[in-house]
Design a protein around this ligand. Structure first.
Ligand code: MV4
Length: 453
């Protein structure tokens, strides 16, 4: 039985895990960097251990120090949150070999899904639709051009070790292909130490729709529906919502079944996400699986009523899922706005510093997951997200109106944030009509005067 958990993370997700543990009667150990001494996760956990300097590479990425802390404090399990070591197969393996439960999938599943080409091949063999392209990594430029011609331009060149939009190049003809192929290989080699790439047909302006999976250690896999994450900028998501305004019940059912098959094909356990691209005609294609809890998980929690972090802990404990697919219903609509310490009028440059005044919205249908407070200083070392505003109601319209209302009472002084940008999007006809694709943000920024932010 898990009685004590080390949270190998910081910020709002560390708080989120501490809260779930509290409700389950589980003791918590926070780890923190020298930059996070004043952080709420350090204050709210039962115990806290400093694991190193401000930079992630000296603290939250130091598997050795985190496992030492786990052993000193005698924890039963480690929750990795998102980012940092959450999708590191070696870290999961180290936990397993030290007899500490890794609250996540087996290292084997992380490895399969970490190689984007192996992931694609694995789910395709299980009957899940994938984007037409090369069968696995391409071996030479000559072979690559042949495949590109066969599938037809435009094509996208993706790094096998990439993911989340890193290491992708688009080519429109033989000439640009030759150039982009080499750029992609060099970038992949530099960024991941692995230059292998694969090729796919490029889908124009798709929607990004992902399915939440829960899988127990007894072979049961269910999905909790989708999140539409099409509103993003440079592969950083800004808004996520559930259900997707684009899916009907029939498509949801088909994609949900495909998502479950994809998870099963990797013998997946715990919470995970299957990402699809969906084109204008409703064709859907698996692109990647995220083998961790995601930033946007509260959207699914609010529409299904299921606490995903508690489910992760229950699953790691070896307990059976307490519901069947037919028990899962979606009766509400939820929208999440990511509040970042960034200046949208200056190309989203980070805006770290001290928050002189902080007041978070509340009321019916409003949830704020945040770790900041009046007087808190945002360190420059980590990502810029300072909170998530999740608004929900019985209809999409209600969730939209509530989001605008809550954003209007959200006060963050002393730094720049994405709050004014979100207010503008919540009142934008294209977004309100549910027509946003992955091309939305670029278009929105081009036609919106930035002095609004
Ligand atoms: C694509 C694509 C078009 N065609 N693959 C970006 C994130 C990574 N997970 C995969 N991505 C894309 N893959 C094919 N074959 C377009 C994107 C893409 C995208 C995907 C999801 C959300 C936002 C995006 C923004 C630009 C491109």
């Amino acid at each position: 039985m898990i009685q004590k958990v080390l949270i190998a993370n910081r910020g709002e997700i560390a708080l989120r895990v501490i809260r779930a543990c509290r409700e389950l009667g589980i003791k918590t150990l926070a780890v923190y960097s020298e930059a996070d001494v004043q952080s709420l996760h350090v204050q709210l956990a039962d115990e806290a251990i400093c694991i190193g300097g401000p930079r992630s590479s000296d603290s939250y990425l130091r598997a050795d120090r985190i496992i030492s802390a786990a052993e000193i404090a005698d924890v039963d399990a480690i929750h990795p949150g998102y980012g940092f070591l959450s999708e590191n197969a070696k870290f999961a393996e180290q936990c397993e070999s030290c007899n500490i439960k890794f609250i996540g999938p087996k290292s084997k599943s992380i490895r399969i899904m970490g190689d984007k080409s192996v992931a694609k091949d694995t789910v395709r063999k299980a009957g899940v639709p994938t984007v037409p392209g090369s069968d696995g990594p391409v071996e030479s430029e000559t072979e690559a051009v042949k495949i590109a011609r066969k599938i037809g331009y435009p094509v996208i060149i993706k790094a096998v070790a990439g993911g989340g939009g890193r290491g992708m190049r688009i080519a429109h003809n033989d000439v640009s292909f030759a150039k982009e192929y080499h750029v992609a290989r060099n970038e992949a080699e530099k960024a991941f130490g692995n230059g292998a790439v694969y090729i796919e047909k490029y889908i124009q302006s798709p929607r990004h729709i992902e399915f939440q999976i829960l899988a127990d250690t007894h072979g049961k896999v269910i999905h909790l529906g989708e999140r539409d994450c099409s509103v993003q900028r440079r592969h950083q998501k800004l808004i996520e919502e559930a259900p997707s305004p684009f899916l009907n019940a029939d498509l949801r059912k088909k994609m949900g079944k495909a998502a479950v098959r994809a998870a099963e094909s990797a013998e997946y356990q715990n919470a995970g996400t299957i990402e699809f691209l969906v084109d204008a005609k409703g064709n859907y294609y698996f692109i990647e699986m995220n083998t961790r809890i995601q930033v946007e998980h509260p959207v699914t929690e609010e529409v299904t009523g299921i606490d995903l972090i508690k489910q992760q802990i229950r699953i790691a404990n070896g307990e059976k899922l307490e519901f069947d697919q037919s028990d899962i219903t979606w009766t509400k609509h939820a929208i999440e706005c990511r509040i970042n310490a960034e200046d949208p009028s200056r190309n989203f440059t980070p805006s770290p510093g001290t928050i002189s005044l902080y007041y978070a919205p509340g009321g019916h249908g409003v949830r704020v997951d945040s770790h900041v407070y009046s007087g808190y200083t945002i360190p420059p070392y980590y990502d810029s997200m300072i909170g998530k505003l999740i608004c929900f109601g019985s209809t999409r319209k209600m969730a939209l109106q509530r989001s605008y209302r809550a954003l209007s009472e959200y006060l963050v002084r002393g730094i720049k944030t994405t709050i004014p940008l979100h207010k503008a999007i919540m009142s934008d006809p294209t977004f309100i009509e549910g027509k946003a694709t992955t091309a939305y943000m670029e278009d929105f920024m081009a036609r919106t005067p930035t002095d609004l932010f």
